[in-house]
Design a protein around this ligand. Structure first.
Ligand SMILES: *Cc1c(COP(=O)(O)O)cnc(C)c1O
Length: 395
């Protein structure tokens, strides 16, 4: 992938860049697409839905028609709930792998559904490993499904889904993946990593605006899922069956959002698909991490686990550092950052995704440097406790 020679255009009207993992900064043409109204029953909109679904299945690497994409209204969590409620049968049992907020949310969803589940909770960021999954499955033959998070956005860790998948299928169980913040930028090719279904949404790495998610599932698994769902509106099987029959969404679709998503997919393809998008985000991450480290900041994760999606930095130990002041200063300089989600030490996060590139990231570093100076912070080094916390993580 060639490095982008021309900087991407800045957001219009002096809007700040969103260095957040969705909603994120979108292309102007993506926003502009929403200026037109669409009839949900109209052939043009039905064609658009069909085209979007076909492109999404292709991004997952399926060319044989073995996988199906079903879009679902709502934010990403609605689609996670829809996938779990539709694909884990009422008499099934899930093993949920958690190392952050989104894994825990999947477990909480199972609890709401009243479906059996067991949880491996690795805390704030430690990755669930293949051997742990293997041991848990060997110990409990009732487990039918394993639920894994691809990139756990609360720390930014890239979980080892390939080794998890291997452990799952060696024991004849089924894998469901929350690839919300990774799909479109990190490969999750059905020919390389085995899984039954994955879920993502419009407003993450494809760079659309929020409003719907989508489940990409093996056709045979979806066909067998009729009647499983706890919910009328979150029934993926029913949505799929209705779409097959009529070409329409079952209930009012977010028409403008779908139109914007189609434009976002066009830009995604133009950029070189998953590989091109992933390369830009990786460059963003590398420039960000190096620049922040040069300022004295340290990352929560060791390099091996850093995703090109979002990076967690420890807050400096310097008593002059105050996160909410830092946030306001960064915003005034044009960048919206994200608070951290660690329970043990203070942290903040900077996203690498959205319509931004390495040139923007260099400006982020300069803004952070200026913000530290504005606060009178002389060292961005984290407290001892943070270093001790990170030492627990294997290289
Ligand atoms: C964004 C995200 C979700 C869904 O969050 P919503 O706020 O409902 O869109 C789920 N899982 C992961 C890993 C995410 O990053």
């Amino acid at each position: 992938m060639p490095e982008s020679a021309v900087p991407l255009p800045a957001p219009k009207l002096g809007e700040p860049y969103l260095l957040t993992p969705g909603p994120l900064t979108t292309a102007y043409s993506t926003k502009e697409t929403m200026l037109k109204d669409w009839g949900s029953w109209d052939a043009e909109f039905r064609t658009m839905t069909k085209s979007v679904c076909r492109q999404l299945v292709a991004l997952a690497g399926d060319t044989s028609g073995e996988f199906i994409c079903v879009p679902m209204q709502g934010s990403g969590s609605f689609s996670v709930e829809a996938m779990l409620g539709t694909l884990v049968p009422k008499d099934g049992k899930a093993l949920v792998l958690a190392n952050g907020a989104y894994g825990l949310r999947a477990a909480e969803t199972m609890r709401y559904l009243g479906r059996a589940y067991t949880l491996i909770d690795k805390g704030d960021y430690m990755p669930p490993r293949g051997d742990e999954v293997a041991a848990a499955l060997d110990a409990d033959p009732a487990i039918t499904h394993v639920v894994a998070v691809h990139c756990e956005t609360s720390s930014g860790i890239l979980n080892p889904v390939a080794e998890i998948s291997e452990a799952v299928y060696k024991r004849n169980r089924k894998l469901l993946i929350d690839s919300m913040s990774a799909f479109g930028a990190l490969p999750l090719d059905v020919n390389k990593i085995r899984y039954e279904a994955m879920v993502s949404s419009a407003n993450k790495c494809i760079e659309g605006v929020p409003g719907f998610g989508f489940v990409i599932a093996r056709r045979s698994v979806l066909e067998a899922a009729k009647g499983n769902s706890h919910s009328l509106s979150l029934d993926v099987h029913a949505q799929w069956a209705y779409m097959e029959k009529t070409g329409q969404w079952r209930y009012t679709p977010p028409t403008h959002v779908v139109a914007a998503f189609q434009e976002a997919l066009r830009i995604h393809a133009e950029e070189g698909g998953v590989a091109g998008r992933g390369a830009r985000y990786t460059k963003n991450r590398d420039v960000l991490v190096k620049g922040m480290r040069d300022l004295g900041f340290e990352t929560l994760l060791k390099d091996r686990w850093l995703s090109p999606i979002i990076v967690t930095f420890f807050c400096p130990a310097d008593p002059n550092f105050d996160f909410s002041t830092f946030y306001d200063l960064m915003k005034a300089k044009g960048f919206i950052i994200y608070p951290g989600k660690l329970t043990v030490v203070d942290s903040f996060r900077i996203g690498c995704i959205g319509r931004l590139d390495e040139h923007v990231m260099r400006n982020v570093i300069q803004a952070a440097k200026d913000a530290l100076a504005d606060m009178g912070v002389t060292s961005a080094a984290p407290p001892e406790a943070a270093i001790a916390e990170r030492a627990k993580l294997a290289a």
